[in-house]
Design a protein around this ligand. Sequence first.
Ligand SMILES: Cc1ncc(COP(=O)(O)O)c(C=O)c1O
Length: 384
Amino acid sequence: MGKIQLKFNSRTIHGGQAPDEAYGAVMPPIYQTSTYAQSTPGGHKGYEYSRSANPTRTALENSLASIENGNYGLAFGSGLAAIDAVIKLLSPGDEVISTSDLYGGSYRIFKKIFEKFGIVFHFVGMQDTGEIAKHISSKTKLIWVETPTNPMMNIIDIMSVSQLARKHRILLAVDNTFATPYLQLPLDLGADIVMHSATKYLGGHSDVVLGALVVRDKELADQLYFIQNASGAVCGPMDSFLVLRGIKTLHVRMQRHCENGRAVAEYLVNHPKIEKVFWPGFPEHPNHEVAKSQMKDFGGMISFVPKGGNYQDAIKIVEKLQLFTLAESLGGVESLAGHPASMTHASIPKEEREKSGVVDALIRLSVGIEDKEDLIEDLRQAIE
Ligand SMILES: Cc1ncc(COP(=O)(O)O)c(C=O)c1O
């Protein structure tokens, strides 16, 4: 009898998993060990040293590969450690085209760490694929896409960018942190590498920092495994366990994040004291049609600007919120509010930041899975 081809919801729970061989434990044990006994040099059961591989991490890496429709998964100590590994595929003189509106920490590692090593970054608005084409040269080796972008929720057409990348033999990496594989599968749309801050929706409970990469190609996977082991930015077994546990409820959490996100976005857009709301589900949101075709739903991330918006108005609102916690990060079961200009995106110079819309009055919400009526009541009392 052939193996059942599992659909997405089943893969979040079972993808790449099997009961543990020692005692049949249904969840993989947290193999809290740095090393493994050998009967003779090289005589081991597949594990020698936990930087190179650890069984709990392997269980997570197999799950990651499964949910992203990839063949190989790699887990790292943070999302930024995963990005670091991707850029280490490159050599001095190589060029990267990155979206101009992206997580501030991604911008920082590109500009402040890798530019020093001779890698050249072009930050380009990617809502129109034609803009990317203008920056391609024989030195371009990587296109870095984040969609929806953090925090402006811009939508980039992954399939159209992947066609361009393929034509020029350029690698395409997609940061899928905001969408998650529940909403969007970049490898199916032609990307070579999917990256995650698993700290966010994959973990889902704001209790772990972890990063991930998933690829299909064996040669690319081997290069990345080499970097993972050689640079050593791996995650520990406990953190691997927590993310694996988080992934098992990803589909039900995401469904509720999307439902609550829609309710909050619709409340805000009709509020007389709100100037602008950025949420890809609105028909007038730029590239809404692309979002509709490449995503299953529109997610729980929303940004907005209060009317006449200045810095002080935004600060007053985030200080008054009671159920939304003012905090960095996103993607947990609890709702969070952030002020990108002074928090997540403070590492981007003001003029660069404002070019992509990250003004001082912008507030970003990660809508959690509480009762939506309570979330709306909290926003009502904070905005009035
Ligand atoms: C879209 C995106 N990419 C990457 C990262 C970096 O991940 P980590 O904080 O796990 O290093 C973040 C973190 O906020 C993010 O939001």
